[in-house]
Design a protein around this ligand. Structure first.
Ligand code: HEC
Ligand code: HEC
Length: 343
Protein backbone atom coordinates (compact mmCIF):
# COMPACT_ATOMS: atom_id res chain seq x y z
CA UNK A 1 0.00 0.00 0.00
CA UNK A 2 1.30 3.44 -0.92
CA UNK A 3 0.51 6.16 1.54
CA UNK A 4 0.78 9.92 1.19
CA UNK A 5 0.67 11.86 4.42
CA UNK A 6 0.38 15.62 4.55
CA UNK A 7 1.01 18.22 7.19
CA UNK A 8 -2.59 18.02 8.39
CA UNK A 9 -1.92 14.44 9.36
CA UNK A 10 -4.67 13.34 7.01
CA UNK A 11 -3.96 10.46 4.75
CA UNK A 12 -4.65 9.60 1.19
CA UNK A 13 -4.60 5.91 0.63
CA UNK A 14 -3.92 4.04 -2.47
CA UNK A 15 -5.60 0.82 -1.58
CA UNK A 16 -3.96 -2.36 -2.74
CA UNK A 17 -7.19 -4.01 -1.72
CA UNK A 18 -10.28 -2.97 0.17
CA UNK A 19 -9.41 -5.32 3.01
CA UNK A 20 -6.29 -3.28 3.72
CA UNK A 21 -8.39 -0.23 4.39
CA UNK A 22 -7.88 -0.72 8.14
CA UNK A 23 -4.67 1.26 7.64
CA UNK A 24 -6.69 4.43 7.06
CA UNK A 25 -6.91 7.03 9.77
CA UNK A 26 -9.71 6.23 12.23
CA UNK A 27 -11.86 9.14 11.09
CA UNK A 28 -11.43 8.29 7.43
CA UNK A 29 -12.19 4.65 8.01
CA UNK A 30 -15.34 5.48 9.98
CA UNK A 31 -16.52 7.60 7.05
CA UNK A 32 -16.01 4.81 4.54
CA UNK A 33 -17.48 2.16 6.81
CA UNK A 34 -20.62 4.27 7.05
CA UNK A 35 -20.80 4.56 3.26
CA UNK A 36 -20.43 0.81 2.77
CA UNK A 37 -23.01 0.13 5.49
CA UNK A 38 -25.39 2.41 3.55
CA UNK A 39 -24.93 0.23 0.49
CA UNK A 40 -22.31 2.16 -1.50
CA UNK A 41 -19.65 -0.05 -3.06
CA UNK A 42 -16.41 -0.53 -1.15
CA UNK A 43 -13.29 0.79 -2.86
CA UNK A 44 -12.06 -1.54 -5.60
CA UNK A 45 -8.50 -2.75 -5.86
CA UNK A 46 -6.24 -0.04 -7.25
CA UNK A 47 -8.68 2.84 -6.75
CA UNK A 48 -7.50 6.12 -5.29
CA UNK A 49 -9.33 6.75 -2.03
CA UNK A 50 -9.05 10.24 -0.62
CA UNK A 51 -10.89 11.65 2.36
CA UNK A 52 -11.04 15.45 2.02
CA UNK A 53 -10.42 17.49 5.17
CA UNK A 54 -13.40 19.07 6.93
CA UNK A 55 -13.92 22.73 7.77
CA UNK A 56 -13.15 21.86 11.40
CA UNK A 57 -9.74 20.54 10.30
CA UNK A 58 -9.07 23.85 8.56
CA UNK A 59 -9.14 25.64 11.90
CA UNK A 60 -6.46 23.27 13.25
CA UNK A 61 -4.35 23.35 10.08
CA UNK A 62 -0.92 24.94 9.94
CA UNK A 63 -1.78 27.42 7.20
CA UNK A 64 -1.42 31.19 6.94
CA UNK A 65 -4.44 32.91 8.55
CA UNK A 66 -5.03 34.87 5.33
CA UNK A 67 -5.22 31.63 3.36
CA UNK A 68 -7.67 30.20 5.89
CA UNK A 69 -9.87 33.26 5.39
CA UNK A 70 -9.87 32.75 1.63
CA UNK A 71 -10.68 29.03 1.91
CA UNK A 72 -13.54 29.87 4.32
CA UNK A 73 -14.81 32.38 1.76
CA UNK A 74 -14.66 29.67 -0.94
CA UNK A 75 -16.63 27.30 1.27
CA UNK A 76 -19.19 30.03 1.93
CA UNK A 77 -19.57 30.73 -1.81
CA UNK A 78 -19.89 27.02 -2.58
CA UNK A 79 -22.61 26.36 -0.01
CA UNK A 80 -24.40 29.71 -0.37
CA UNK A 81 -23.90 30.61 -4.00
CA UNK A 82 -27.18 32.51 -3.89
CA UNK A 83 -25.19 35.48 -2.53
CA UNK A 84 -24.04 35.90 -6.17
CA UNK A 85 -27.64 35.92 -7.44
CA UNK A 86 -28.20 38.44 -10.21
CA UNK A 87 -24.48 38.76 -10.77
CA UNK A 88 -23.16 35.26 -11.50
CA UNK A 89 -26.14 33.07 -10.61
CA UNK A 90 -29.55 33.31 -12.28
CA UNK A 91 -31.35 30.26 -10.88
CA UNK A 92 -32.21 28.84 -7.46
CA UNK A 93 -29.10 26.68 -7.04
CA UNK A 94 -26.11 26.62 -4.78
CA UNK A 95 -23.09 24.60 -5.89
CA UNK A 96 -23.93 22.30 -2.98
CA UNK A 97 -27.45 21.66 -4.38
CA UNK A 98 -25.88 18.99 -6.59
CA UNK A 99 -22.49 18.44 -4.94
CA UNK A 100 -23.85 17.20 -1.63
CA UNK A 101 -21.90 17.16 1.61
CA UNK A 102 -20.21 20.49 0.83
CA UNK A 103 -18.56 19.00 -2.25
CA UNK A 104 -16.83 16.30 -0.19
CA UNK A 105 -19.22 13.38 -0.61
CA UNK A 106 -18.31 10.33 -2.71
CA UNK A 107 -20.86 9.42 -5.44
CA UNK A 108 -22.11 13.01 -5.34
CA UNK A 109 -19.47 14.38 -7.70
CA UNK A 110 -16.98 15.41 -5.02
CA UNK A 111 -15.15 18.45 -6.36
CA UNK A 112 -11.55 17.81 -5.24
CA UNK A 113 -10.69 15.49 -8.19
CA UNK A 114 -10.78 18.54 -10.46
CA UNK A 115 -7.86 19.99 -8.47
CA UNK A 116 -5.63 16.96 -9.17
CA UNK A 117 -6.60 15.97 -12.72
CA UNK A 118 -6.55 19.47 -14.28
CA UNK A 119 -5.15 21.11 -16.36
CA UNK A 120 -6.33 18.57 -18.93
CA UNK A 121 -8.20 18.26 -22.21
CA UNK A 122 -11.98 18.42 -21.83
CA UNK A 123 -14.26 16.89 -24.45
CA UNK A 124 -17.12 19.30 -23.70
CA UNK A 125 -15.19 22.34 -24.98
CA UNK A 126 -12.40 20.61 -26.90
CA UNK A 127 -9.40 22.27 -25.31
CA UNK A 128 -7.20 22.12 -22.21
CA UNK A 129 -9.00 23.49 -19.13
CA UNK A 130 -7.67 24.47 -15.74
CA UNK A 131 -9.54 24.42 -12.43
CA UNK A 132 -10.93 27.94 -12.85
CA UNK A 133 -12.35 27.08 -16.25
CA UNK A 134 -13.96 23.91 -14.86
CA UNK A 135 -15.62 25.95 -12.10
CA UNK A 136 -16.67 28.53 -14.72
CA UNK A 137 -18.40 25.72 -16.64
CA UNK A 138 -20.72 24.94 -13.73
CA UNK A 139 -21.57 28.67 -13.46
CA UNK A 140 -22.49 28.94 -17.16
CA UNK A 141 -24.65 25.81 -17.26
CA UNK A 142 -25.59 24.43 -13.83
CA UNK A 143 -26.14 27.87 -12.28
CA UNK A 144 -27.59 29.29 -15.54
CA UNK A 145 -25.25 32.21 -14.97
CA UNK A 146 -21.95 33.75 -15.92
CA UNK A 147 -18.77 33.07 -13.94
CA UNK A 148 -16.75 35.46 -11.82
CA UNK A 149 -13.69 36.66 -13.77
CA UNK A 150 -10.65 34.41 -13.84
CA UNK A 151 -8.30 35.65 -11.15
CA UNK A 152 -11.03 37.55 -9.27
CA UNK A 153 -11.37 37.27 -5.48
CA UNK A 154 -14.43 35.00 -5.77
CA UNK A 155 -12.76 32.72 -8.32
CA UNK A 156 -9.60 32.54 -6.20
CA UNK A 157 -11.65 31.70 -3.10
CA UNK A 158 -13.57 28.93 -4.89
CA UNK A 159 -10.38 27.46 -6.38
CA UNK A 160 -8.69 27.57 -2.98
CA UNK A 161 -11.59 25.62 -1.45
CA UNK A 162 -11.40 22.95 -4.18
CA UNK A 163 -7.64 22.67 -3.85
CA UNK A 164 -7.70 22.53 -0.10
CA UNK A 165 -10.17 19.61 -0.23
CA UNK A 166 -7.59 17.80 -2.35
CA UNK A 167 -4.89 18.25 0.32
CA UNK A 168 -2.56 15.27 0.27
CA UNK A 169 -4.01 13.63 -2.86
CA UNK A 170 -1.47 12.91 -5.59
CA UNK A 171 -1.38 15.17 -8.67
CA UNK A 172 -2.26 13.45 -11.98
CA UNK A 173 -3.01 10.07 -10.38
CA UNK A 174 -2.71 7.04 -12.65
CA UNK A 175 -5.59 5.28 -10.88
CA UNK A 176 -9.37 5.60 -11.07
CA UNK A 177 -10.82 7.76 -8.28
CA UNK A 178 -13.20 6.11 -5.81
CA UNK A 179 -16.66 7.75 -5.74
CA UNK A 180 -15.94 10.28 -8.51
CA UNK A 181 -18.85 11.83 -10.41
CA UNK A 182 -22.39 10.49 -10.36
CA UNK A 183 -21.82 6.92 -11.53
CA UNK A 184 -24.97 5.56 -13.18
CA UNK A 185 -26.36 2.12 -12.45
CA UNK A 186 -26.63 -0.16 -15.46
CA UNK A 187 -29.19 1.17 -17.95
CA UNK A 188 -32.31 -1.01 -17.97
CA UNK A 189 -33.55 -2.24 -21.34
CA UNK A 190 -36.57 0.00 -21.49
CA UNK A 191 -37.31 3.39 -19.89
CA UNK A 192 -40.80 4.71 -19.28
CA UNK A 193 -41.90 8.35 -19.06
CA UNK A 194 -45.20 7.35 -17.40
CA UNK A 195 -43.49 5.20 -14.76
CA UNK A 196 -40.95 7.98 -14.21
CA UNK A 197 -43.71 10.52 -13.66
CA UNK A 198 -45.43 8.29 -11.13
CA UNK A 199 -42.09 7.59 -9.42
CA UNK A 200 -41.41 11.32 -9.22
CA UNK A 201 -44.84 12.01 -7.72
CA UNK A 202 -44.40 9.22 -5.16
CA UNK A 203 -40.80 9.92 -4.12
CA UNK A 204 -39.78 13.44 -5.01
CA UNK A 205 -42.70 15.85 -5.38
CA UNK A 206 -43.11 16.22 -1.62
CA UNK A 207 -39.92 18.29 -1.58
CA UNK A 208 -39.36 19.40 -5.18
CA UNK A 209 -43.11 20.03 -5.87
CA UNK A 210 -45.24 18.44 -8.58
CA UNK A 211 -44.30 21.01 -11.19
CA UNK A 212 -40.56 20.74 -10.48
CA UNK A 213 -40.24 24.28 -9.15
CA UNK A 214 -38.89 23.28 -5.75
CA UNK A 215 -40.02 24.88 -2.51
CA UNK A 216 -39.82 28.51 -1.48
CA UNK A 217 -40.32 29.45 2.16
CA UNK A 218 -40.02 32.94 3.66
CA UNK A 219 -38.39 34.13 0.45
CA UNK A 220 -35.67 31.47 0.61
CA UNK A 221 -35.28 28.30 -1.35
CA UNK A 222 -35.51 25.20 0.77
CA UNK A 223 -35.59 22.65 -2.05
CA UNK A 224 -34.05 23.40 -5.44
CA UNK A 225 -35.87 23.11 -8.77
CA UNK A 226 -35.10 20.01 -10.87
CA UNK A 227 -36.58 21.74 -13.95
CA UNK A 228 -38.14 25.02 -15.05
CA UNK A 229 -36.72 28.54 -14.90
CA UNK A 230 -35.22 28.08 -11.42
CA UNK A 231 -33.16 25.12 -12.55
CA UNK A 232 -29.97 24.46 -14.50
CA UNK A 233 -30.05 25.10 -18.25
CA UNK A 234 -29.92 22.63 -21.16
CA UNK A 235 -26.13 22.68 -21.27
CA UNK A 236 -25.65 21.35 -17.71
CA UNK A 237 -24.12 17.93 -17.13
CA UNK A 238 -27.12 16.75 -15.14
CA UNK A 239 -29.44 16.92 -18.19
CA UNK A 240 -27.65 13.85 -19.54
CA UNK A 241 -29.99 10.98 -18.70
CA UNK A 242 -27.23 8.73 -17.33
CA UNK A 243 -25.82 11.51 -15.12
CA UNK A 244 -29.30 12.27 -13.76
CA UNK A 245 -29.86 8.56 -13.10
CA UNK A 246 -26.53 8.35 -11.26
CA UNK A 247 -27.31 11.46 -9.25
CA UNK A 248 -30.75 10.19 -8.28
CA UNK A 249 -29.74 6.61 -7.48
CA UNK A 250 -26.85 7.70 -5.25
CA UNK A 251 -28.35 10.78 -3.61
CA UNK A 252 -32.15 10.98 -3.71
CA UNK A 253 -34.63 10.99 -2.07
CA UNK A 254 -32.55 13.14 0.27
CA UNK A 255 -31.63 11.06 3.32
CA UNK A 256 -32.55 7.79 1.59
CA UNK A 257 -29.85 7.27 -1.02
CA UNK A 258 -29.80 3.93 -2.89
CA UNK A 259 -33.40 3.23 -1.87
CA UNK A 260 -34.76 3.32 -5.44
CA UNK A 261 -34.26 0.38 -7.80
CA UNK A 262 -32.05 0.97 -10.85
CA UNK A 263 -35.19 0.89 -13.02
CA UNK A 264 -36.90 3.52 -10.84
CA UNK A 265 -33.84 5.80 -10.81
CA UNK A 266 -33.54 5.62 -14.63
CA UNK A 267 -37.29 6.08 -15.23
CA UNK A 268 -37.38 9.13 -12.96
CA UNK A 269 -34.23 10.51 -14.63
CA UNK A 270 -35.86 9.95 -18.02
CA UNK A 271 -38.96 11.87 -16.89
CA UNK A 272 -36.98 14.66 -15.19
CA UNK A 273 -34.66 15.28 -18.13
CA UNK A 274 -37.66 15.53 -20.49
CA UNK A 275 -38.94 18.69 -18.83
CA UNK A 276 -38.22 22.22 -19.99
CA UNK A 277 -35.49 24.44 -18.58
CA UNK A 278 -33.60 27.55 -19.72
CA UNK A 279 -31.91 27.41 -23.12
CA UNK A 280 -28.37 26.06 -23.58
CA UNK A 281 -26.05 29.11 -23.75
CA UNK A 282 -24.45 27.51 -26.84
CA UNK A 283 -27.80 27.81 -28.69
CA UNK A 284 -27.30 29.13 -32.21
CA UNK A 285 -30.93 30.24 -32.64
CA UNK A 286 -31.95 26.89 -34.03
CA UNK A 287 -32.28 23.56 -32.23
CA UNK A 288 -31.29 21.51 -35.27
CA UNK A 289 -28.13 23.53 -35.82
CA UNK A 290 -27.26 23.47 -32.12
CA UNK A 291 -27.66 19.69 -32.18
CA UNK A 292 -25.38 19.39 -35.20
CA UNK A 293 -22.68 21.34 -33.39
CA UNK A 294 -22.99 19.94 -29.88
CA UNK A 295 -24.74 16.61 -30.42
CA UNK A 296 -21.51 14.67 -30.90
CA UNK A 297 -19.77 16.10 -27.80
CA UNK A 298 -22.72 16.51 -25.45
CA UNK A 299 -26.35 16.27 -26.48
CA UNK A 300 -26.10 12.69 -27.72
CA UNK A 301 -26.61 11.87 -24.04
CA UNK A 302 -29.48 14.31 -23.38
CA UNK A 303 -33.05 14.60 -24.68
CA UNK A 304 -32.40 18.05 -26.17
CA UNK A 305 -34.21 18.40 -29.50
CA UNK A 306 -36.33 15.29 -28.97
CA UNK A 307 -40.08 15.44 -29.49
CA UNK A 308 -42.02 14.38 -26.40
CA UNK A 309 -44.40 11.60 -27.27
CA UNK A 310 -47.36 12.49 -25.07
CA UNK A 311 -47.71 16.14 -26.18
CA UNK A 312 -45.57 16.57 -29.28
CA UNK A 313 -43.42 19.26 -27.60
CA UNK A 314 -39.91 19.60 -29.00
CA UNK A 315 -37.51 19.94 -26.08
CA UNK A 316 -35.25 23.01 -26.11
CA UNK A 317 -37.13 24.63 -28.99
CA UNK A 318 -37.50 28.07 -27.42
CA UNK A 319 -35.63 31.28 -26.62
CA UNK A 320 -36.28 31.27 -22.88
CA UNK A 321 -33.04 32.03 -21.04
CA UNK A 322 -34.62 32.00 -17.59
CA UNK A 323 -34.03 34.83 -15.15
CA UNK A 324 -30.87 36.06 -16.86
CA UNK A 325 -32.83 36.93 -19.99
CA UNK A 326 -31.11 37.45 -23.29
CA UNK A 327 -28.84 40.21 -22.02
CA UNK A 328 -26.51 38.16 -19.87
CA UNK A 329 -24.25 35.87 -21.88
CA UNK A 330 -21.82 33.64 -20.01
CA UNK A 331 -18.53 35.12 -21.25
CA UNK A 332 -16.65 31.84 -20.95
CA UNK A 333 -18.90 29.87 -23.34
CA UNK A 334 -17.38 29.40 -26.77
CA UNK A 335 -14.07 30.91 -25.67
CA UNK A 336 -11.37 28.95 -27.46
CA UNK A 337 -7.74 28.73 -26.42
CA UNK A 338 -4.33 27.94 -27.87
CA UNK A 339 -5.56 28.59 -31.40
CA UNK A 340 -2.17 29.89 -32.46
CA UNK A 341 -0.26 26.93 -31.09
CA UNK A 342 1.43 24.75 -33.68
CA UNK A 343 1.16 20.96 -33.58
C1 HEC B 1 -27.34 21.27 -11.31
C2 HEC B 1 -26.32 20.49 -10.67
C3 HEC B 1 -24.96 21.14 -10.43
C4 HEC B 1 -24.68 22.33 -9.82
C5 HEC B 1 -25.67 23.31 -9.22
C6 HEC B 1 -23.24 22.48 -9.84
N1 HEC B 1 -22.67 21.40 -10.43
FE1 HEC B 1 -20.67 21.03 -10.59
N2 HEC B 1 -21.07 19.29 -11.58
C7 HEC B 1 -22.33 18.84 -11.90
C8 HEC B 1 -22.20 17.66 -12.74
C9 HEC B 1 -23.34 16.85 -13.32
C10 HEC B 1 -20.83 17.42 -12.90
C11 HEC B 1 -20.17 16.32 -13.73
C12 HEC B 1 -20.14 15.04 -12.97
C13 HEC B 1 -19.84 13.87 -13.90
O1 HEC B 1 -19.29 14.07 -14.97
O2 HEC B 1 -20.21 12.75 -13.51
C14 HEC B 1 -20.14 18.48 -12.16
C15 HEC B 1 -18.77 18.56 -12.05
C16 HEC B 1 -18.10 19.53 -11.32
C17 HEC B 1 -16.67 19.55 -11.11
C18 HEC B 1 -15.67 18.51 -11.61
C19 HEC B 1 -15.57 17.33 -10.66
C20 HEC B 1 -14.61 16.27 -11.19
O3 HEC B 1 -14.72 15.11 -10.76
O4 HEC B 1 -13.78 16.57 -12.04
C21 HEC B 1 -16.40 20.68 -10.37
C22 HEC B 1 -15.04 21.15 -9.89
C23 HEC B 1 -17.66 21.34 -10.12
N3 HEC B 1 -18.67 20.61 -10.70
C24 HEC B 1 -17.80 22.53 -9.42
C25 HEC B 1 -19.02 23.19 -9.25
C26 HEC B 1 -19.14 24.52 -8.69
C27 HEC B 1 -17.99 25.35 -8.17
C28 HEC B 1 -20.46 24.84 -8.70
C29 HEC B 1 -21.11 26.11 -8.28
C30 HEC B 1 -20.61 27.33 -8.93
C31 HEC B 1 -21.17 23.68 -9.23
N4 HEC B 1 -20.26 22.74 -9.59
C32 HEC B 1 -22.56 23.59 -9.36
C33 HEC B 1 -23.53 19.36 -11.48
C34 HEC B 1 -23.68 20.57 -10.81
C1 HEC C 1 -36.74 15.26 1.76
C2 HEC C 1 -36.73 16.19 0.65
C3 HEC C 1 -36.27 15.66 -0.70
C4 HEC C 1 -36.76 14.58 -1.40
C5 HEC C 1 -37.87 13.63 -1.00
C6 HEC C 1 -36.04 14.56 -2.64
N1 HEC C 1 -35.13 15.58 -2.70
FE1 HEC C 1 -33.95 16.06 -4.27
N2 HEC C 1 -33.02 17.47 -3.16
C7 HEC C 1 -33.39 17.84 -1.88
C8 HEC C 1 -32.46 18.86 -1.40
C9 HEC C 1 -32.51 19.57 -0.05
C10 HEC C 1 -31.54 19.06 -2.44
C11 HEC C 1 -30.34 20.02 -2.41
C12 HEC C 1 -29.24 19.44 -1.57
C13 HEC C 1 -28.73 20.36 -0.55
O1 HEC C 1 -28.94 21.58 -0.66
O2 HEC C 1 -28.14 19.85 0.42
C14 HEC C 1 -31.93 18.20 -3.53
C15 HEC C 1 -31.29 18.17 -4.77
C16 HEC C 1 -31.82 17.53 -5.88
C17 HEC C 1 -31.35 17.72 -7.23
C18 HEC C 1 -30.21 18.61 -7.68
C19 HEC C 1 -30.63 20.03 -7.71
C20 HEC C 1 -31.80 20.29 -8.64
O3 HEC C 1 -32.82 20.79 -8.15
O4 HEC C 1 -31.73 19.94 -9.83
C21 HEC C 1 -32.11 16.90 -8.03
C22 HEC C 1 -32.00 16.73 -9.52
C23 HEC C 1 -33.03 16.19 -7.17
N3 HEC C 1 -32.83 16.60 -5.86
C24 HEC C 1 -33.93 15.26 -7.61
C25 HEC C 1 -34.72 14.50 -6.74
C26 HEC C 1 -35.50 13.36 -7.17
C27 HEC C 1 -35.59 12.85 -8.58
C28 HEC C 1 -36.12 12.88 -6.06
C29 HEC C 1 -37.00 11.67 -5.94
C30 HEC C 1 -36.41 10.40 -6.30
C31 HEC C 1 -35.76 13.74 -4.94
N4 HEC C 1 -34.90 14.69 -5.40
C32 HEC C 1 -36.26 13.62 -3.66
C33 HEC C 1 -34.46 17.35 -1.17
C34 HEC C 1 -35.23 16.26 -1.52
Amino acid sequence: MKRHTNTLGRTTLVLASATLAADMSMAAWAEYETLVAMGYPAPKEGELVHVPPTMAALEEADLHPELKKVIRRGYDLFTNTQQLRGENVFNDMNCSSCHLGEGRQPFSAPIWPAAIILPNFRGKNQHVNNLEERIAGCFAYSMNGTPPEYGSDDMLALSAYHQWLATGAPMYPDQPIYGRGFPAPERPEELSYARGEQGYLDNCAICHSEDGSGLYEDGEYVFPAPWGDGSNNWGAGIVRTHTAAGFIKNNMPLGQPLSLSDQQAWDIAYYMTRQERPQDPRYTGDVEETLEKFGPTFHKNSSYGEVREHDGHRLGDHANWGEKGEEVKPWNVGQSRFEDMED
